[in-house]
Design a protein around this ligand. Structure first.
Ligand code: NAG
Ligand code: NAG
Ligand code: NAG
Ligand code: NAG
Ligand code: NAG
Length: 489
């Protein structure tokens, strides 16, 4: 089982219930440095650390402990007193999100806006207990979305006070889990933020709001749209892998054909490694070359399918699929071998598993229409994993209790305002997003060809028209919120 990303990750459960990988956006310092080196040379943010309260919700003496929360700030475009754009950090290093949210930097000059990226507690360098932060449930207990939202509110108020800019309108931005936080922030702290831009925010991926199979059905649909043969080859490849497993010395054989760095020890690692390649490639099915999770070409799903379809008819399905996975794991051509079983530990984003084991319970199953093997989400299995790892049980109904989600259209129509929910239908997380307009100022912007928060990426000269238009529409809406705010003022 893996976890989801950008936002979101999801835990995928294997049949054994073992957690295999973190999904989403979390990833990697490794690709961040690469990205910073190779693209936009001058992303100029100043790094600051804010003394933040450990626990906003109880008044025990230990609640008053302070930790240092990292944030990035750019005042280059700001007219003093003008708008403040805040990125509500998600499950990873904030520098990585800043590098993948060029949209804010691109539009800052137009709005004369101050830019702030706040790191989420327990990620990156914002560790309340330093190296011991992940040690146990005693420390991890302070990691949750409500504390994170309160952190943002406290930090924003302090910043405005320090800048003598109390009247500046604040707009929050977030992608993936960060997008969920941005939308929830607008609902919980309407006096702090005048609006929220929530990109690829699957706030409906909880409880029983949407079918549990929709995520993997969406991944499958991407491949089917690229080529029916491609979808069928992938769907058929799992049985071939299964046959290899059943052989004597199966793991050794599989280690050989997967070109692993070390002989495989565990049963499902090869399967999950392939699985992950298809999921992340669907999420990153961007119209231009990118380096979000890994370096990939433009429209990588179609590229994978060209590889699969290009084999001679006699080739095995598994060989075709492995060649496609090579595009995901080795596009740069630099990989000497593949580390299938230890690929996830290196990113240092352990916090997401804790969140999945407590409040971020996003049930994912596969249907027989999907190209993946059958898996069924079982809360009992997740519970066993979580008890074993942290000694806690997940609370699958907490998010919908705390933030809602059921009948969202009726609820937000009467109660909310000024939120953009943007989604690209190539992104499997879109199925848990808000895909319909709720009111004149809670707007869904949906693109057929968009992938995981593609609108937040730096504008490029090769961007297709639909993406240019989408960003233009978002800018217009943000402008309207700001104009309304000043008109009331
Ligand atoms: C505001 O100023 C205080 C006092 O110097 C400082 O401790 C705090 O970190 C500042 N707030 C922010 C958001 O930087
Ligand atoms: C990665 O790609 C390069 C260039 O195509 C190739 O030489 C190398 O063998 C590949 N690595 C693996 C582990 O397959
Ligand atoms: C996994 O990677 C970590 C960090 O690189 C390393 O310390 C550890 O020994 C590796 N574990 C295995 C089983 O290879
Ligand atoms: C998929 O599952 C449904 C419900 O269990 C069943 O009715 C249907 O025949 C299955 N379809 C395929 C293609 O196996
Ligand atoms: C929501 O309304 C906007 C116009 O305000 C429109 O551009 C957009 O396409 C609508 N979204 C959906 C999903 O219909």
């Amino acid at each position: 089982m893996a976890s989801f990303p950008v936002l979101l990750v999801l835990l995928f459960y294997t049949l054994t219930g073992k957690a295999i990988a973190e999904l989403t956006p979390n990833f990697f310092h490794q690709s961040l440095t690469h990205y910073l080196k190779n693209s936009k040379p001058n992303i100029s943010y100043e790094t600051q650390f804010f003394p933040q309260l450990l626990d906003h919700f109880t008044f025990n003496p230990q609640s008053y402990k302070i930790f240092y929360q990292k944030y990035l700030i750019n005042k280059n475009y700001w007219d003093h007193g003008g708008p403040i754009f805040v990125y509500t950090g998600n499950e990873g290093n904030i520098d990585w999100f800043a590098a993948n949210t060029g949209f804010m930097l691109d539009i800052a000059p137009k709005f004369r806006a101050l830019l702030v990226f706040i790191e989420h507690r327990f990620y990156g360098e914002s560790l309340p207990f330093g190296k011991d932060s992940y040690k146990s449930a005693e420390t991890l207990g302070y990691l949750n979305s409500q504390q994170a939202l309160a952190d943002f509110a406290v930090l924003i108020r302090s910043l405005k006070q320090n800048l003598s800019s109390e009247a500046s309108p604040v707009v929050v931005f977030g992608g993936s889990y960060g997008g969920m936080l941005a939308a929830w922030f607008r609902l919980k702290y309407p006096h702090v933020a005048i609006g929220a831009v929530a990109s690829s925010a699957p706030i409906l991926q909880f409880d029983e709001i949407i079918p549990w199979t929709s995520f993997y059905d969406a991944v499958s649909q991407d491949y089917k749209d690229a080529s029916l043969n491609c979808y069928e080859v992938i769907k058929g490849s799992w049985a071939e892998l299964q046959l290899l497993y059943a052989q004597r010395d199966g793991l050794a054989t599989i280690s050989g054909i997967f070109r692993t760095c070390k002989n495989l020890q565990t049963r499902y690692s090869a399967r999950d490694w392939l699985w992950k390649a298809f999921v992340y490639t669907a999420m990153a099915n961007y119209p231009t070359e990118s380096n979000f999770v890994k370096q990939l070409p433009a429209y990588p799903v179609a590229k994978m399918c060209e590889i699969i379809d290009g084999f001679p008819p006699k080739a095995t399905k598994l060989n075709r699929v492995l060649a496609a996975a090579n595009l995901y794991y080795n596009y740069t051509g630099n990989e000497k071998c593949f580390d299938l079983e230890n690929g996830t530990d290196t990113h240092g984003l352990h916090g997401w598993d804790w969140q999945v084991c407590t409040e971020m319970v996003m049930p994912l199953s596969t249907s027989n229409e999907s190209m993946f093997p059958a898996i069924t989400f079982e809360i009992e299995e997740l519970g066993k994993f979580c008890m074993n790892k942290y000694g806690v049980m997940p609370r699958p109904h907490w998010i919908t209790t705390e933030f809602g989600g059921y009948r969202i259209e009726q609820v937000l129509k009467k109660f909310g305002s000024n939120i953009i929910f943007s989604n690209g239908m190539q992104d499997p997380w879109s199925r848990g997003g808000v895909l319909k307009n709720i009111s004149s100022n809670i707007v869904a912007i949906v693109t057929e060809k968009g992938a995981h928060h593609v609108d937040f990426r730096f504008a490029k000269k090769d961007d297709p028209d639909w993406l240019v238009e989408q960003r233009g529409q978002e800018v217009e809406i943000i402008q309207r919120w700001i104009n309304d705010y000043y008109a009331d003022f």
